[in-house]
Design a protein around this ligand. Structure first.
Ligand code: NAP
Length: 244
């Protein structure tokens, strides 16, 4: 059975991706930063009900030592790692002139360094297998930039560079590396926006609605599956036609 690892998957987009890949038949290694993230949460039961193996690995993906240990453990428990979805991410929004160094460093560490940590440890496993799929979660903010998200946009733009470089290094080993750039998707992350911000955003979206987490998970399923075997180094925008 093939295995998929999804970071930051206790809720939101990550949880939807985990459920979709479980439906596709993957065994699932879930990750999140604390046990608390899985409290009052039936994600593990929902995935097991689909007839696949599912295990939780608590780790802060911005911490290289924790990631090294976690990836080792997942490999021991599941035997292979076939799909890696680097989904964990945070926002600490604010205008550049008022942004604290602490909030800059934190967002870069969680959103960007985590992708380095995970890929550095998972790529050698996939290279030995001579197959694998890596899907990195960027954002429209990384493609187009966004006022008030200097740190977040920087981290998400870096993910695009990392994706393209890794696709060039790993393509000959049968490993496809792609990025997804979601627009505004209904999750706890976007719930934090004010009503005024939400209305202003809707006016910029051709489809005049927010995306659903399942609409991201469907594209991840494509990138993890057989139909995308010749797709690598790409950034797929899933934004309902957002123009920023
Ligand atoms: P979310 O609901 O906030 O979920 C993110 C998950 O990541 C949470 O469960 C969070 O755990 C976990 N996490 C945070 N820091 C972590 C760390 N250091 N190590 C491990 N796990 C960590 O966010 P989402 O909206 O589903 O977003 C998922 C991804 O899509 C992010 O990369 C985000 O930037 C990207 N994205 C989202 C949107 C959108 O509209 N929602 C748009 C574009 C891109 P706790 O909360 O329990 O700490």
């Amino acid at each position: 059975m093939a295995t998929a690892v999804i970071t930051g998957s206790a809720r939101g987009i990550g949880a939807a991706i985990a459920q979709r890949l479980a439906k596709d038949g993957f065994d699932i290694a879930l990750n999140d930063i604390s046990e608390k993230s899985f409290e009052n949460n039936d994600i593990v039961e929902k995935i097991k009900a689909l007839g696949v193996k599912c295990q939780v690995y608590i780790a802060d993906v911005s911490d290289s030592a924790q990631v090294e240990e976690t990836v080792k453990k997942i490999k021991e428990d599941f035997g292979t790692i076939d799909v890696l979805v680097n989904n964990a991410g945070i926002t600490r929004d604010g205008l550049l002139a008022r942004m604290s160094e602490e909030n800059y460093d934190l967002v870069i560490a969680v959103n960007q360094k985590s992708v380095f940590n995970m890929m550095k440890n998972v790529a050698p496993i996939m290279m030995k297998q001579r197959s694998g799929r890596i899907i990195n979660m960027s954002s429209v903010a990384g493609v187009h930039g966004n006022a008030g998200q200097f740190n977040y946009s920087a981290s998400k733009a870096a993910i695009i560079g990392m994706t393209k470089s890794a696709s060039k290094e790993l393509g000959s080993r049968g490993i496809n590396v792609n990025a997804i750039a979601p627009g505004f998707i209904k999750t706890p992350m976007t719930d934090q926006l004010t009503d005024q911000q939400k209305k202003a955003i809707l006016d910029l979206i051709s489809m005049r609605r927010y995306g659903e987490v399942e609409e991201i998970a469907g594209v991840v399923s494509f990138l993890a599956g057989p139909d995308s075997s010749y797709v690598t180094g790409q950034v797929i925008e899933i934004s309902g036609g957002l123009s920023m």
